[in-house]
Design a protein around this ligand. Structure first.
Ligand code: S3P
Length: 163
C-alpha cells in the first residue's frame, strides 16, 4: 500500500505517531531528518550551524524525492513545506497527513527543548513561523487531524480510518 507521509510543526508528534502507525500496519518507519543526518554524518543542529538552513533544505528535498512510495510511514521535518517544490511533491502523494496542533500545545511540549535550531528564536518569530506554515501544511496534505487532545493510538486509528 502507498506510504503514509506525516506533516506538522515541530513538536506535533510526527515521530511518536509515525512509530505507532508503522507498528499497527507492520510497515517500516523512516524519518527524513534522520536520513539527512545519516547521509551527512552530522546532527541537524550541526548541519544548520556549519552549512546553514538553505543547504539543509536542499538535502531535505533530495531525501523527499527518494522516499519509498509503498509500505512505509514517513516522518518529516516541520519545515519540509517551506519549499514550493516539496509542497507539490507532498500533494501529489495521496497519503499525506497533516498532524495539526495548537500553538499552546507546542509551547508546552517544547518548553525545555534546545535541540531544534529554528525553535531557538524569539516567541514572536516562532509564532510567525507557526502561523505562516499553517496554509502550507493544509495545501500539501489530503487529510488533517487535530491531535492536541488525542493519544498516539487515537491519532493512528483516525489515520487508518481515512486512508
Ligand atoms: C525544522 C524542524 C525539525 C528539523 C529542523 C528544521 C523546521 O524537525 O527538520 O530542525 O524547520 O521546522 P521536527 O519537526 O521533527 O522537529
Amino acid at each position: 500500500m502507498t506510504s503514509i507521509i506525516l506533516l506538522g510543526f515541530m513538536g506535533a508528534g510526527k515521530t511518536t505517531v509515525g512509530y505507532q502507525l508503522s507498528d499497527q500496519l507492520g510497515y517500516s518507519f523512516l524519518d527524513t531528518d534522520h536520513e539527512i543526518e545519516k547521509q551527512v554524518g552530522l546532527s541537524i543542529p550541526e548541519i544548520f550551524e556549519s552549512y546553514g538552513e538553505n543547504y539543509f533544505r536542499e538535502l531535505e528535498t533530495q531525501v523527499l524525492k527518494e522516499i519509498p512510495l509503498d509500505n512505509y510511514v514517513i516522518g518529516t521535518g516541520g519545515g519540509i513545506v517551506e519549499k514550493e517544490e516539496n509542497r507539490a511533491l507532498l500533494k501529489e502523494h495521496n497519503n499525506t497527513v497533516y498532524l495539526k496542533v495548537d500553538y499552546d500545545t507546542i509551547l508546552k511540549r517544547l518548553v525545555n527543548d534546545d535541540s531544534r535550531p529554528l525553535w531557538k528564536q524569539t516567541d514572536h518569530e516562532r509564532l510567525t513561523l507557526f502561523n505562516r506554515r499553517q496554509a502550507y501544511y493544509e495545501e500539501s496534505s489530503s487529510l488533517t487531524i487535530q491531535t492536541d487532545a488525542l493519544t498516539r493510538e487515537e491519532v493512528s486509528n483516525q489515520i487508518l480510518k481515512y486512508i
